[in-house]
Design a binder for this molecule. Structure first.
Ligand code: SF4
Length: 125
């Protein structure tokens, strides 16, 4: 069984622009987008941490991952792969720095992206 951690954009999460991390969670349950790679295996999201915010995010995302590991270890869980959210990959100007910091410390596969759902139109049907 694969255990997945997600890293999400602090600004988008705190602004409730992606309420409940719904798109990532739905994509995982349907094994769509970047989660399609798990379609033939059991895979679960075990944690979501945010990037730490635009100021100094590179320095905050790694401690956040360490705290997640601490909590998961206490629950006898682990992380097998980390996905950087589509919110980061599509909209973050600091994504290269974030990716570098996460890849340097994760110790597991780091995947760029989560869901592939386009934002809904405002007035269209
Ligand atoms: S650094 Fe990027 S991912 Fe983090 S809050 Fe800012 S825009 Fe979002």
């Amino acid at each position: 069984m694969k255990k997945i951690a997600l890293i999400a954009c602090n600004m988008i999460r705190s602004g409730n622009l992606c309420p409940g991390d719904a798109k990532c969670l739905v994509a995982m349950s349907r094994k769509e987008g970047e989660f399609k790679r798990y379609e033939n295996e059991d895979a679960h999201i075990v944690g979501i941490v945010d990037c730490g915010g635009c100021e100094g995010n590179k320095n905050r995302v790694v401690p956040s991952m360490a705290v997640l590991k601490m909590h998961l270890t206490a629950l006898n869980e682990q992380v097998d792969a980390v996905h950087l959210g589509t919110c980061i990959m599509k909209f973050c100007k600091r994504k290269d720095d974030l990716l570098e910091a996460v890849k340097e410390k994760a110790g597991v596969e780091v995947i760029e992206g989560t869901h592939a759902y386009i934002p809904p139109t405002i007035f269209g049907r």
